[in-house]
Design a protein around this ligand. Structure first.
Ligand SMILES: *[C@@H]1O[C@H](CO)[C@@H](O)[C@H](O)[C@H]1NC(C)=O
Ligand SMILES: *[C@@H]1O[C@H](CO)[C@@H](O)[C@H](O)[C@H]1NC(C)=O
Ligand SMILES: *[C@@H]1O[C@H](CO)[C@@H](O)[C@H](O)[C@H]1NC(C)=O
Length: 502
């Protein structure tokens, strides 16, 4: 339709900004399923007693020689499904879009999450690497060189033909015919996957059905120019095996039919429309189509496990005073001690001083020396602009203004380290950045708040099965103030408890 006047809408060097990423999840035997099985057992016992006590000739004669399992196929299916092995990392085949020339500068993000001999998959390159004579790094995923795509049409004027090659990764991966693949997860060479959470999210879905799972762009302009109905390739998306089988059958035709589409993910989205499978949106996939600081976005993460981050070279470092790659490493350090809780937000008040506190677990604590509603605390502070036009708005979520006035800004404490995990709990520590040159507020309430040196936050491990239940933010409370270190405890909210200002 329109896009023509928007050359900057997506970085043309990066055709695949939004990709794929798959979530998985465990626990076949959730409490609800246990209840279901229990109910079925009761029903079975009851039925057996009933029919033994009141034998009906009709039943007997109709079914004297039929296989009882054929009588209730739905029952069998249900029980069979419950006994199946849950999805693990080994069931995922990753397909990462890369290029020989840029791999050396991109591999650092990929290597943050790639586990040799654990994660399965390939980086797909445009040509054989090694022009520099260096061997392929052992810490990188193994590579494959994509097949030639010169026969396909590509008519998008501001895009790159590499979109064709990258769209075909799912097909080339499928055609490897590897065993035991339940999900194909596609991502960019600068996508960081949080694989435990990915596995958890994918486990919510039956891999034997046709699922296409991912997320949209944060910037409305991107969704308008590209699409709302696709999984963005940079955030990553997951395609279940049966859906991949259908996709692979028609993909090459789609590539020519949707020749004017900019990116590989949009071409795949077009193909999905032909199959009739919509994208299932999972809120933990982050395309990160923003400019500036991701602080506001990631400090108010939705109640969903963190699955991916992308565009980390396009936004400021997650932590001040560290480079971008090291800042992601720091987040991963927290992540490793409690994957499910990473970036989960909790709010509490100090009712004596009228302070408000927002913890974004593993990332930061914001201290407001005044009362802020939960509604505001859960709304991202706008520390960023839109991706294409660097505008103030709109985004696909609400934002609130990050005031320039020092007496309206939160005092921010960043995650420093985690201790004492392994006993069902974590203790995370948050400190103020060393050089905080920002103009300070002269208010009395701020003077007291500036004297806070840090936060010690204790929390129970967040069990991944929590994501199978109705979502609810956890509560927190301030336990004590020891020499300027505030001790905060995160816990499930009690009955009749809400985050209501004192
Ligand atoms: C991965 O497996 C291969 C073959 O079994 C082995 O040679 C290699 O050392 C392993 N790499 C790591 C990092 O464990
Ligand atoms: C806290 O806020 C309440 C309600 O706004 C107010 O009545 C009270 O005086 C405040 N307390 C302090 C210490 O500022
Ligand atoms: C915070 O945690 C650190 C590390 O365990 C500990 O040394 C310190 O005493 C704690 N501070 C408070 C106030 O609990």
């Amino acid at each position: 339709m329109h896009h023509s006047s928007e050359p900057a809408v997506r970085d043309p060097l990066k055709p695949w900004k939004h990709l794929l990423y798959p979530p998985l999840r465990l626990t076949l035997l959730t409490p609800n399923m246990m209840k279901g099985l229990f109910a079925i057992c009761i029903f079975a016992v009851f039925s057996f007693c009933y029919f033994s006590a009141f034998p009906t000739p009709k039943w007997r004669s109709n079914c004297a020689d039929c296989d009882p399992t054929l009588i209730h196929p739905s029952f069998r299916q249900f029980v069979g499904g419950g006994g199946e092995e849950k999805t693990t990392i080994s069931h995922i085949l990753f397909g990462i879009g890369g290029s020989a020339e840029t791999w050396s500068s991109r591999r650092h993000y990929c290597e943050l999450w790639w586990k040799p001999n654990v994660t399965r998959g390939y980086v797909w390159l445009d040509e054989e690497p090694g022009k520099t004579g260096e061997p392929w790094p052992k810490t990188s995923p193994p590579y494959k060189v994509s097949a030639d795509t010169s026969r396909f049409k590509y008519t998008n004027w501001y895009g790159s033909r590499s979109a064709i090659r990258i769209a075909r990764i799912v097909k080339e991966s499928f055609e490897l015919g590897l065993e035991n693949v339940r999900w194909f997860v596609l991502g960019d060479d600068d996508t960081v996957f949080f694989t435990e959470n990915l596995v958890n999210v994918l486990n919510k879905y039956d891999h034997k059905q046709m699922y296409y799972i991912g997320g949209n762009s944060e910037s409305v302009e991107q969704n308008l120019v590209h699409s709302y109905t696709m999984g963005y390739g940079g955030g990553g998306f997951a395609i279940s095996y049966p859906l991949a089988a259908e996709l692979v059958r028609i993909l090459d035709g789609c590539i020519d039919r949707y020749a004017e589409f900019y990116g590989s993910d949009l071409k795949i989205g077009g193909c999905m429309s032909e199959i009739g499978v919509p994208v299932t949106k999972e809120l933990g996939f982050h395309q990160m189509d923003i400019r500036g600081s991701p602080f506001g976005l990631l400090s108010a993460h939705p109640l969903a496990p963190l699955v991916s981050l992308h565009h980390l070279d396009y936004v400021q470092s997650l932590f001040p005073g560290t480079n971008r790659v090291d800042s992601v490493k720091r987040l991963i350090q927290a992540y490793k001690s409690d994957p499910s809780r990473t970036l989960q937000q909790s709010f509490c008040y100090d009712p004596i001083r009228n302070w408000s506190i927002s913890v974004s677990w593993g990332y930061n604590v914001q201290l407001y020396p005044f009362l802020v509603t939960a509604k505001d605390l859960s709304t991202p502070l706008q520390t960023f602009l839109t991706f294409g036009s660097w505008s103030q708005e709109p985004f696909t979520f609400n934002t609130r203004v990050m005031s320039l006035k020092p007496c309206e800004r939160p005092i921010i404490f960043y995650f420093d380290r985690v201790e004492g995990f392994g006993h069902g709990r974590t203790l995370t520590m948050y400190r103020r950045p060393r050089q905080d040159n920002r103009r300070q507020c002269d208010g009395e309430n701020y003077a007291a708040a500036y004297s806070v040196k840090g936060f010690n936050v204790s929390a129970p491990l967040l069990h991944p099965t929590i994501w199978n239940k109705a979502p609810r933010r956890e509560c927190c409370e301030i336990m004590k103030d020891a020499n300027g270190v505030l001790e905060v405890r995160i816990r499930g909210c009690k009955e009749r408890e809400s985050v209501t200002p004192p």
